[in-house]
Design a protein around this ligand. Structure first.
Ligand SMILES: [Zn+2]
Length: 83
């Protein structure tokens, strides 16, 4: 099984908010944890240095705050995962 599939099943099973544009929580736990599962999070120190936690949950980094080169790496990695 691929990690992305397992992660998304966990998000649904555990009731994490993944609403686009959520004005209550910003889906930060979902968005940041998704990025933390990527190899580029583990391999690029600038990304992992942006890690922030709230009440034990990862809430940063989120995609919109990353620079364009990192965004491209994230998209490439997720595309490979779903192919
Ligand atoms: Zn929310």
């Amino acid at each position: 099984m691929k990690w992305l599939y397992n992660f998304l099943v966990k998000v649904v099973d555990d009731g994490w908010c993944a609403k686009m544009g959520c004005t209550t929580c910003g889906s930060l736990k979902f968005r940041a944890t998704l990025i933390s599962n990527l190899n580029c999070y583990k391999n690029i120190p600038e990304i992992s240095k942006m890690s922030e936690y709230r009440e034990g949950n990862l809430t940063s980094p989120v995609y919109c705050k990353l620079d364009m080169n990192v965004k491209k790496k994230i998209v490439e990695e997720i595309v490979k995962e779903i192919n």
